[in-house]
Ligand binder design. Structure first.
Ligand code: ADP
Ligand code: MG
Length: 336
């Protein structure tokens, strides 16, 4: 079990309200990602759920029971931090076993659980090493192992991959997703990286200044962002935003168009411009096009697209893929 409900939860530090009243439901077995810019309250929210911070008001329920006043150790949740917090003088085996030993579990049961966790995490051959003799990814797995043996109702991850290099991050991302498939336990994962959010989540919670901007599946957020903030935060390269007459022509204050929804022609089209930078990624090329009226627009084209820095091109939006926003930055639906 691992259903977590936040009911009008708030958090203030002194008189600074970091989390205004917030409602959220996390279903049993879900992989939920909290994503948002640095300082938006992701860690605070996770720490409130873990019980490492007290709520200022509101209620937290875990599997239907009020856990608002429950101390962290009794909530049945396991937190995995970015700094692995391993004991350097202890072997991997002892590090993983530590919470069970503290709980007074019998040695043969501990051994069995440690072996099982090590197997799931591909650490079986490393049990007698110390953390200092492991790679960053392996250390992170030991920290996860220590959480697994507790059989928590939910795992809470706070930017667990930030200390790893880019290639390892991609690897660990896959490993954590696989782990979620294997364990089918609720996971709440905090990151500022929208790519991690998009690739890992069943459900993404986009936070901005402590507020929930939108909750939805990765594709929901990508195809139907509720407002300018979500539209600009989810997706890389970022959505192009256009104001003024071009937006007014669509009865909107701002229109948004993703880079892959701009058609690029070397002959004709809606907006003329010059390629200021062409970023060749191999599979794709991102063209940053300086236009006369719409500023710089970014278009995604095929990696083989024959165009260079300085070339004259025309961009045309695919009409059905336009996003329209009103003067308050809210998405306008059809006839809206
Ligand atoms: P994130 O994890 O999204 O980067 P945090 O949850 O760490 O954001 O912080 C949210 C806001 O709360 C920030 O403005 C931060 O300065 C503030 N904050 C966090 N912890 C404390 C604290 N213990 N005392 C005072 N302010 C805090
Ligand atoms: Mg944080």
């Amino acid at each position: 079990m691992g259903k977590i409900v936040l009911d009008r939860v708030t958090k203030s530090f002194g008189h600074v309200e970091v989390i205004p009243p917030l409602d959220l439901q996390i279903d049993d077995g879900e992989f939920v990602v909290f994503v948002g810019p640095s300082g938006c309250g992701k860690s605070t929210l996770l720490r409130l759920i873990a019980g490492l911070e007290d709520v200022t008001s509101g209620e937290i329920r875990i599997d239907g029971k009020d856990a608002t006043e429950t101390p962290p150790a009794a909530r049945g949740l396991a937190m995995v931090f970015q700094s692995y917090a391993l004991y350097p003088h202890m072997s991997v085996r002892k590090n993983i076993a530590f919470p069970l030993k503290m709980a007074g579990m019998a040695k043969d049961r501990i051994d069995e659980k440690v072996m099982n966790a090590a197997k799931v995490l591909n650490l079986s051959d490393y049990l007698d090493r110390r953390p200092g003799q492991l790679s960053g990814g392996q250390r992170q797995r030991v920290a996860i192992g220590r959480a697994i043996v507790r059989e928590p109702a939910a795992f809470l991850f706070d930017e667990p991959l930030s200390n790893l290099d880019a290639a390892l991050r991609v690897n660990m991302r896959l490993e954590i997703s696989e782990l979620h498939n294997t364990l089918a336990t609720t996971m709440i994962y905090v990151t500022h990286d929208q790519v991690e959010a998009m690739t890992m989540a069943d459900k993404i919670v986009v936070l901005n200044r402590g507020r929930v901007e939108q909750v939805g599946s990765p594709l929901d957020l990508y195809t139907a962002p509720r407002n300018l903030f979500v539209a600009g935060f989810i997706g890389s390269p970022r959505m192009n935003f256009i104001e003024g007459p071009a937006a007014a022509a669509h009865q909107a204050s701002t229109i948004g168009i993703r880079p892959e929804h701009l058609t690029v022609s070397q002959e004709s089209g809606q907006w003329e411009g010059r390629v200021s930078v062409a970023e060749h990624l191999g599979s794709d090329t991102f063209l940053h096009v300086q236009t006369a009226d719409q500023g710089t627009l970014t278009a995604r084209v095929d990696g083989e697209f024959p165009v260079r820095h300085g070339a004259r091109v025309w961009l045309s939006p695919q009409e059905t893929k336009l996003h329209r926003f009103d003067g308050n930055g809210l998405a306008m639906r059809e006839n809206g």
